[in-house]
Design a protein around this ligand. Structure first.
Ligand code: SF4
Ligand code: SF4
Length: 386
């Protein structure tokens, strides 16, 4: 039997959150069975975009504060990291998202280290992927001694639901996310990429922030639902199976999770999941609004998704007038795609991870639209975050 803890937590009061997380972890074997003093523990948050904590779009910063304090008290070094969404629109606004979400402030106050995945280097996880020829992921995932996944309980207008399994998509850096979306526009293939990421990263714990959830047209445009729950498990699929039941749905209703079931990422049979904590059966979230797509008969137009990604595509380009020839970009490019002498980028090698763009101190690496008309759409998109 796989354990999933569901604890009631009425608000983000630090003591409440701390007590509820600690009592849940006790039921999963206790903190000492997961971490030891001196370990570098990465908290992989949900940083979908520049959204404030009260929007319920991102993992709440006070939730992250509680975990940071717990881990610091255990003698761990705490990292808080992600690469923001938005890549389909050709940008990955990770720095703004860290600011607006309150996570940067919390990290500063609690003496944790922010890991902007777009800046920290890339690891080639090899060819053992089900769907892609190669899978490149953010380096902190492999430098950390232990990873805790901190998904947010949310609806998703495209995928219906997003939770522990899907939260790993931010392990892909920058604009590379758009390329993976393009390679796998249909949910089942996309789900295979998610399973590949879980298998490559070996996350040890999943703790879902469901104190405020998002209902309706999530993951950013829905409304706040006070679900008042924290879910915990070592098994992301068992956790999602349980959370989905709380929404009144079945895991079979969620296409992106079918690959996780098929490839035995975890437990999806309710009979093999032992619920513990404050609930012995999944509490139904009454009147929780499911995305319209769930009941819509309209089929997704995957070709259109690919066209949008192509239309909005950007690529890095070095502005030689601004370039100070410091070679930071050359040295940090994981694909050795930048010519040291000419600073020309070999786009046949570039994986659009954005490291060069993020690391240049002189703003000399610019993101250029492949299609100039798309620039107008970027401005509109960015305007949504103001
Ligand atoms: S990091 Fe910036 S300034 Fe330095 S070489 Fe690259 S483009 Fe030029
Ligand atoms: S040139 Fe290198 S560092 Fe820059 S986006 Fe491409 S792969 Fe990443």
């Amino acid at each position: 039997m796989v354990k999933v803890v569901i604890n009631e937590c009425i608000d983000y009061n630090i003591e409440n959150v701390t007590n509820k997380i600690n009592s849940g972890i006790e039921l999963l074997g206790g903190w000492d069975s997961f971490i030891k003093p001196g370990m570098k523990v990465l908290l992989k948050v949900n940083l979908i975009g520049p959204k404030p904590p009260e929007s319920a779009a991102v993992t709440h910063c006070e939730f992250v504060r509680a975990l940071t304090r717990i881990l610091k008290q255990k003698g761990c070094i705490v990292w808080i990291g992600d690469s923001a969404g938005g890549a389909i629109a050709g940008i990955a606004p990770t720095p703004q998202s860290l600011d607006v979400s309150g996570l940067k402030k919390v990290a500063g106050e609690e003496n944790a280290e922010i890991k902007n995945f777009d800046k920290e280097g890339t690891v080639d996880t090899g060819e053992n992927c089900s769907f892609l020829s190669r899978l490149y992921l953010a380096k902190p995932l492999f430098d950390a001694d232990f990873i805790i996944n901190l998904p947010k309980l949310k609806t998703h207008s495209g995928c219906i639901y997003t939770g522990a399994v899907k939260n790993v998509f931010g392990c892909i850096q920058g604009l590379r996310k758009a390329q993976y979306h393009k390679a796998a526009p249909n949910p089942k293939d996309f789900g295979n990429i998610l399973v590949d990421i879980h298998e490559a990263t070996k996350i040890g714990l999943h703790i879902m922030d469901g104190i405020t959830a998002m209902e309706g047209e999530g993951p950013t445009a829905g409304s706040v639902y006070p679900a008042k729950k924290i879910l915990m498990s070592t098994d992301p699929l068992a956790l999602d199976t349980t959370a989905i039941q709380m929404l009144g749905l079945d895991i079979k209703d969620i296409p992106i999770l079918q690959a996780a079931i098929g490839r035995n990422l975890g437990e999806s049979d309710k009979n093999n999941i032992e619920l513990c904590g404050d609930y012995k059966t999944p509490p139904l979230l009454k009147n929780y609004k499911i995305p319209k797509r769930f009941t819509s008969k309209k089929k997704s137009n995957y070709k259109a998704i690919v066209k949008v990604i192509d239309f909005l595509k950007t690529k890095p380009k070095i502005n030689l007038k601004k370039c100070q020839k410091c070679n930071t970009c050359v040295d940090s490019c994981p694909m050795h795609a930048i010519n040291k002498e000419t600073k020309k980028i070999d786009y046949t090698k570039c994986i659009e991870c954005m490291c060069c763009h993020e690391l240049c101190s002189f703003e000399a690496v610019e993101l250029k639209r492949v299609n100039p008309l798309a620039g107008i759409m970027t401005k509109l998109y960015r305007g949504n975050y103001k």
